[in-house]
Design a protein. Structure first.
Length: 74
């Protein structure tokens, strides 16, 4: 392996990591990670009860946003 190809591979690896991290940040900003965060919270604080299914979670999440809009763009 030439030094140039090893350096190129290292740069591509860093770019890929950065892109994945940016994608996760964007998902968090738009609220796409809400169900994942809910599951983590549920596991930690309510271990004896089954969590809501993803569909039911999103239904309640959207309904709650309509009743208590807080700060949002629209």
């Amino acid at each position: 392996m030439s030094p140039r190809s090893a350096a190129a591979r290292a740069v591509l690896s860093r770019l890929g990591r950065s892109a994945r991290e940016a994608w996760q940040i964007a998902r968090g900003i738009v609220g796409e990670t809400a169900y994942e965060r809910y599951l983590e919270h549920h596991r930690a604080h309510h271990p004896g009860t089954p969590p809501l299914g993803e569909r039911e979670f999103w239904r309640r999440h959207v309904d709650r946003g309509d009743v208590q809009p807080g700060s949002r763009c629209c």
